[in-house]
Design a protein around this ligand. Sequence first.
Ligand SMILES: Nc1ncnc2c1ncn2[C@@H]1O[C@H](COP(=O)(O)OP(=O)(O)OP(=O)(O)O)[C@@H](O)[C@H]1O
Ligand SMILES: [Mg+2]
Length: 515
Amino acid sequence: MTVPTTSPTTPPRALDALAAVIAEFNADRPLEASIATALEALRRSLDAQECSLWLHTADGFVRTWVAGDATAAELAVVAALGSGEETDGVRAVPVSSPDRRIGALALRLARPMLGDDATLLTAVANLLAPEIIHAERSRQLEVEVAARTAEIDRERRFTEKIIDSMPVGLYVIDREYRIQAWNRKRETGMQGVSRDEAIGRTIFDILHRQPFEMLRREFDEVFATGRIQEYQMESAASGDPRTYRITKIPMRLGDSAVTHVITIGEDVTDWREGHQRLSQAEKLAAIGTLAAGVMHEINNPLATIAACGDGLGYRLEDLQRRGAEVGKDLFDYLEIIDNEVLRCKQIVDQLLDFSRPKQLAKSPVDLNEVAEKTLFLMKHHGGFKKLTLVKELEPDLPPVPRGNAEQLVQVLMALIINATDAMGGHGTITLRTRSGPTPADGAIVEVTDTGHGIARAELSKIFEPFYTTKAPGTGTGLGLAICYGIVQDHRGRVEVDSVVGKGSTFRVLLPTIEW
Ligand SMILES: Nc1ncnc2c1ncn2[C@@H]1O[C@H](COP(=O)(O)OP(=O)(O)OP(=O)(O)O)[C@@H](O)[C@H]1O
Ligand SMILES: [Mg+2]
């Protein structure tokens, strides 16, 4: 088909106008042979004629294929025209589909309208009808697709928001180990990887620090068994050592095989510490009850031994007075017995303090005063004098409403003596008081040292009675056990942070509410 060219000054010919009509509705489809034939006929008939062509659809939509827009008067004429009518040189024919009238196609020629013109116009209108229906349907479909896409987008953003709001790391991989989802939590922190970077890559590329074989085995197991896997792992990747609970959950897109694995990583360090604290507290309570029973039993034989020792001493003195030869070593033995009985008695008393701290009278206590009093008493302690002391006492510290200052001094003293022992003669002790985050932990006193620290495995044992790493005779291992008992009796708790080779912080947290 040849399309005659038009110069910019001459109005477009009928053929150009019709070609534009058809092109508009057939942008994506090859022209039907019949349209080509009709156009060719129209071209022959209308060539070199000045003409205007309008499509006026029932819903008021007007399309004009002319040089310049149709005038309002012309449009009114087209709208008013009935089928096949002609007025003012404008002829309109209906454009209809089998079930409805779409509109009218109107033609105006500069010469009188011939019969052929009308036939051609009708032919074109008939060809145009399905195209218009098709175009309308396309438009409708486009609107529907856009609405559906927006809805899917909304749903996707909603789901994304849910998984992003969870305080756990979450990602999903498919059977090729490619990452399909990666939540916000996994983007943050020192080990964070952005979602854009992660999505589409294999999990081995992203978690390259973890042993490939192990990671793969874990995923394969979930794919193969379809069962949830759960385990805990320790990681120091983000600074401090943290404990994570990792859960791998199988996901099935269809009915049968596992298609994806969801992995959730939850930081359970605080939960685990709380749990450990609880079992530690239960253990210590059990030891306390046991110790109380045993100590009660031991007290009586100790009193008997002490009385027998005294009796023996009197007898020996008596014999000596009567001139008998009594070796000095016998008196030495008696003194040893006396001292050792005394030592046992002290241990028993201390242990009873731990298991059943004396229910001493409680009154409001200012922890700053407790700290000052302890330092005053410590002045005479040999090892302590050589150390550097840093004192940071918060002036507005809230008082502990129910406390026993004497017992709290005993606690601080035990902590400071331990700190002193841990530093072997040189280092810094920091004694700090501050208010806590909640009334339950309202007043805090901390003793920090720069000593040898405590290994993680030992941390759970240091509050047990008789646990000591000190040389025999230098420590009984009761200091912290007694502290624990006293603080417990104050409804408070003791926390320890320690790094081997760097030092430790013992923290006593006491409530500032009445109980
Ligand atoms: N500040 C500290 N730095 C390092 N290790 C510590 C510290 N405080 C306590 N420990 C460890 O905890 C153990 C138990 O302490 P605890 O005060 O209960 O007993 P002790 O000091 O050994 O003996 P006692 O206090 O009865 O004389 C210590 O032997 C030591 O190993
Ligand atoms: Mg001690």
